[in-house]
Ligand binder design. Structure first.
Ligand code: SF4
Length: 191
């Protein structure tokens, strides 16, 4: 990874593609949205859903996140230092406390969207279906906790508290520190 300066004097990072892919794989593994997407699909297939990992119920530190990334890497060991450096630049997952509270509540109070894979989609192009989903959220006993997570965590996929990702983005608070796929956009790749 190296820093360069463009013609306008703006600094930007250049990251090898293999490093970026390793980083992205680790971000996906650490993503509650990705986890719940996989969990919903397991439920849909009639399989026993995987238990909620401890990392989604505890607030991580930047150091523990970096060490998790360094561990267990096989073909990308040579990149672990670069990945760790990349992660050190990133903020801790926002909304973690709100997400942990929501997950804990889900253990005793099933959410209205439980098992409905459509709630994990990236796009919501069918207005009728979207309105139907908003109705489920309005009746959901976890609505307020879900909204608290959406406001704090800014998930970039799925419907949360009756909001699509675009509506979550429009909430107005600082999105610069939200960990999402959007974080990739400021990374220039070289192969
Ligand atoms: S408010 Fe909506 S998205 Fe949130 S847990 Fe309830 S049903 Fe699911």
């Amino acid at each position: 990874m190296e820093w360069r300066v463009d013609e306008g004097g703006q600094r930007y990072r250049v990251v090898e593609e293999s490093v970026l892919l390793a980083w992205w794989r680790d971000r996906m593994n650490a993503s509650p949205v990705h986890f719940y997407r996989m969990r919903a699909k397991a439920i849909e297939r009639g399989e026993t859903p995987p238990p909620v990992p401890e990392r989604f119920t505890k607030r991580p530190t930047a150091a523990s996140t970096a060490s998790q990334v360094s561990e267990g890497q096989d073909d990308s060991d040579s990149h672990s230092e670069a990945v760790t450096a990349l992660l050190a630049d990133l903020p801790v997952f926002h909304g973690h406390a709100e997400h942990a509270a929501l997950v804990a509540a889900m253990e005793t109070e099933p959410p209205g969207c439980d098992g409905l894979e459509v709630f994990t989609h990236d796009r919501f192009d069918d207005p009728e279906q979207t309105e139907m989903m908003r109705g489920i959220c309005r009746e959901c006993p976890l609505l307020e906790m879900c909204r608290a997570f959406a406001v704090a965590g800014r998930p970039s996929a799925g419907m949360w508290a009756g909001m699509t990702p675009a509506e979550v983005r429009r909430l107005g608070a600082d999105t610069a520190q939200t960990l999402s796929r959007d974080a990739c956009e400021d990374l220039a790749m070289v192969s």
